[in-house]
Design a protein around this ligand. Structure first.
Ligand SMILES: NC(=O)C1=CN([C@@H]2O[C@H](COP(=O)(O)OP(=O)(O)OC[C@H]3O[C@@H](n4cnc5c(N)ncnc54)[C@H](OP(=O)(O)O)[C@@H]3O)[C@@H](O)[C@H]2O)C=CC1
Ligand SMILES: O=C(O)[C@@H]1CCC=N1
Length: 264
């Protein structure tokens, strides 16, 4: 598969890193106004860095547009004449729906909306996908690529905004929880580096327990909370401060914001 990524910022460079680690292509064009974020990949086999978006489209079968929503319309318009019915066009732009993309390049093109997260750089993304009518026959192909870079789920387009909040923004939400745990550990006497390791490994253990056991979080909590013990004391103090409520309100605020962005 000949792949191009147009826009090599935070997400585009993360996708590039994941693809290169997995050698998931026969050629990879990385196109940006400024390719400094992916300079490290310039010596990789079959990777070309360019500032020519048209060339990247012409030389590829699958084109991933990793541009900010404010830039995507102009870039799609500029490359539209070069997009054929055989191309698989992927957009990761948050809040940019398929109808808007079809309005620029046509509904006769294979259009797939993909919502990964930055953990794609280490092959651990939770990635959601959906396609327009024409793209239905190619969604399996896109899924195969992203399956190599983590876990995928095909969803209906009306759930993409929610998936963006839970999975893409979710990386930042979980990072903040990890940071707070680190700060707590330092207050209790650990050096910063030790605190970081304790927090991240415990976080990794908790996620792995849920994934591997398939159990509900509360079942795992029941296995930790000794009656009258320190865990339930801590959990209840957190809930009195509104931990669950704060998380849910944050998720809903993020969802409301992304729906506003979609209207702009
Ligand atoms: N970051 C994340 O975790 C996630 C982001 N997304 C979505 O992915 C998209 C990209 O986000 P992110 O990577 O954070 O954004 P960035 O701004 O980091 O990356 C976008 C890149 O596109 C470049 N660019 C702008 N105009 C052009 C052009 N005409 N031709 C080629 N390249 C151009 C930008 O250059 P310059 O900076 O010079 O303008 C920048 O390098 C967004 O739509 C976002 O909603 C989705 C899921 C997760
Ligand atoms: O914050 C944002 O708007 C983008 C979409 C999800 C992650 N980053």
């Amino acid at each position: 598969m000949k792949i191009a990524i147009i826009g090599t910022g935070n997400l585009g460079s993360s996708i590039a890193k994941g693809l290169i680690n997995n050698k998931s292509f026969t050629s990879l064009y990385l196109s940006d106004k400024n390719t400094s974020a992916v300079k490290a990949f310039s010596n990789e086999d079959y990777v070309t860095l360019t500032d020519d978006n048209v060339l990247a489209v012409e030389e590829s079968d699958m084109v991933i547009f990793a541009l900010q929503p404010k830039h995507i319309d102009a870039v799609l318009t500029s490359v539209a004449p070069k997009i054929t019915e055989n191309h698989v066009i992927i957009s990761v732009a948050a809040g940019v729906d398929i109808l808007r993309i079809e309005g620029i390049i046509g509904s006769d093109k294979n259009i797939i909306r993909v919502m990964p997260n930055t953990a794609i750089s280490i092959g651990k993304s939770m990635t959601c996908l959906c396609a327009n009518e024409k793209g239905q026959e190619k969604i399996g192909l896109a899924q195969k690529i992203f399956d190599q870079l983590g876990t995928t789920m095909v969803i209906s387009e009306d759930l993409v905004q929610a998936a963006t909040v839970i999975c893409a923004s979710g990386i930042a939400f979980w990072m903040r929880l990890a940071r707070a745990t680190t700060q707590g550990a330092i207050q209790l006497g650990f050096e910063a580096e030790q605190a970081h390791e304790l927090a991240t490994q415990t976080c990794y253990g908790a996620a792995s327990l849920l994934i591997e056991s398939g159990r509900h979080p509360e079942q795992e909590i029941d296995r930790v909370t000794t009656p009258s013990g320190c865990t339930i004391e801590g959990l209840n103090a957190m809930e009195h401060q509104g931990l669950s409520s704060a998380l849910i309100q944050g998720i809903v605020a993020s969802f409301e914001k992304i729906n506003q962005l979609k209207k702009n």
